[in-house]
Design a protein around this ligand. Structure first.
Ligand SMILES: Cc1cc2nc3c(=O)[nH]c(=O)nc-3n(C[C@H](O)[C@H](O)[C@H](O)COP(=O)(O)OP(=O)(O)OC[C@H]3O[C@@H](n4cnc5c(N)ncnc54)[C@H](O)[C@@H]3O)c2cc1C
Ligand code: FES
Length: 250
């Protein structure tokens, strides 16, 4: 991990309430899918964690949903040509074992962004079946990036695009046909809970990236601590953000 000053190439709206920020690093920094960066926002002492969505040489793309003051300021005030402070790469990222060949990728909302990095990294190496959920047709973005696998099921809560319902519902109704060896997932906590109960007892490892609130992003402040099933605790920034879903409390 290092702290760098990156040059913003663009910061543009790609869907309702969602922006893509593209920046250039001075030299290529190896990044694995599921790893994230802490992005400095003008006027905010704490950087904000965002998953790396695309890493193409020195060109890094993160995509973000406006949630509160930090992301709103980022969307409104960060312009091309500006320099931003970035800590990266952070976290463990998604790892698949060689015997895990058929992979279901289940994302909801802003959780699709680290999974796009996974689709890009594992394309051609694994058989990928993607189930991606959004609020409505206006919040769907990066459609072409989600199409990298054997199959894509696009879902919206209101049915205005794709299948009506959640990505977890779509995945669970397909699980018998797809027979995944493993699942990669990211999304809001209710989604992860539904995935956990839906895959209980099936003996399919579910690797989930947690999007906890963070302070430092490097293991020092303990803001991001989560509870593990064995009674211990883990720092999401340092020990994660990717965990096996059956090993953590969600
Ligand atoms: C490893 C990691 C990767 C992430 N990747 C992405 C990404 O690729 N794209 C993206 O859009 N978001 C991502 N997030 C979430 C993103 O970091 C938060 O949305 C952002 O920090 C909110 O900052 P803010 O100043 O806009 O909101 P704040 O003003 O800090 O908070 C606004 C509201 O949102 C709630 N909130 C803030 N952070 C979170 C959170 N992490 N989870 C749930 N509720 C929260 C607060 O409690 C508050 O109610 C990621 C988080 C982590 C930990
Ligand atoms: S954010 Fe500070 S320890 Fe994880």
């Amino acid at each position: 991990m290092r702290e760098i000053t990156a040059a913003v190439l663009e910061n543009k709206r790609i869907a309702e309430n969602i922006y893509a920020l593209v920046f250039l690093t001075e030299e290529e920094i190896p990044v694995r899918c599921g790893q994230f960066c802490m992005i400095g926002v003008r006027g905010y002492p704490l950087k904000r964690p965002l998953a790396v969505c695309k890493a193409e040489g020195t060109r890094i793309t993160v995509c973000y949903q406006i949630r509160g003051g930090g992301t709103k300021t980022l969307a409104e005030s960060c312009k091309a040509g500006e320099k931003i402070s970035v800590l990266m790469p952070l976290g463990n990222g998604f790892t698949l074992r060689p015997e895990e060949r058929r992979i279901a990728v289940v994302g909801g909302g802003a959780g699709v962004f680290p999974l796009i990095a996974a689709l890009r990294e594992f394309q051609g190496q694994k058989q990928l079946f993607a189930y991606m959920g959004f609020k409505n047709k206006d919040s769907v973005c990066l459609y072409y990036e989600m199409q990298r696998g054997e199959k894509l099921v696009l879902c919206t809560d209101d049915g205005s695009r794709g299948v009506k319902g959640t990505s977890v519902q779509a995945f669970l109704s397909d699980i018998g046909a797809v027979k995944p060896d493993a699942v990669l997932a990211c999304g809001p906590l209710p989604m992860l809970r539904a995935l956990k109960s839906g895959t209980k007892g099936l003996d399919i490892p579910v690797y989930v990236s947690l999007e906890e609130r963070m302070g430092c992003g490097v293991g020092a402040c303990l803001v991001c601590v989560c509870n593990k099933k064995d009674g211990t605790h883990a720092r999401v920034c340092r020990d994660g953000p990717v965990f096996r879903l059956d090993e953590i409390e969600v």
